[in-house]
Design a binder for this molecule. Structure first.
Ligand SMILES: [Zn+2]
Length: 111
C-alpha cells in the first residue's frame, strides 16, 4: 500500500503536481505545503504529522482545535469554579505552539 502510494506520488511529482494539506484554523483554513516524502507521512497519520510540523504534542494539537483556539483562564471564581474567561490576547491563537505557551495564563480579572 505504502509502496504503491510512493510510486503514485513520485509519478505525480515528476508531472509537476505539488501537494499540500489543509486544516481548520482561527481564520478559516491553513495550508501546509508537503514534499513527496511528507505527503506519504501525512497520509499515514495526518494529526501526528501536523502536530510534529507545529512542534507540539498530538494531544496539544487536538486540544488547540477543541478549544476553538482560545486560552481559558486558569483562575477560579469566588465559588471555586474554574473561570471561563479568556486570557488577554489569546482569543484567536493562530499557532498551536503559542496556544501551548499560553496555558496557565489568567484573564484580566484574575491577572
Ligand atoms: Zn479568570
Amino acid at each position: 500500500m505504502t509502496n504503491q502510494l510512493a510510486d503514485v506520488v513520485k509519478e505525480l511529482a515528476e508531472k509537476q503536481v505539488r501537494f499540500y494539506a489543509t486544516h481548520d484554523h482561527p481564520h478559516g483554513q491553513a495550508t501546509v505545503p508537503l514534499s513527496c516524502q511528507e505527503v506519504i507521512r501525512y497520509a499515514a497519520d495526518p494529526v501526528g504529522y501536523l502536530a510534529e510540523h507545529y512542534r507540539v504534542s498530538r494531544e496539544d494539537y487536538l486540544a488547540w482545535h477543541r478549544s476553538s483556539y482560545k486560552v481559558i483562564c486558569s483562575g477560579f471564581t469566588k465559588t471555586g469554579k474554574p473561570c471561563k474567561g479568556i486570557v488577554r490576547g489569546l482569543s484567536m491563537v493562530t499557532s498551536p505552539a503559542l496556544w501551548v505557551q499560553g496555558q496557565g495564563g489568567r484573564c484580566t480579572k484574575h491577572g
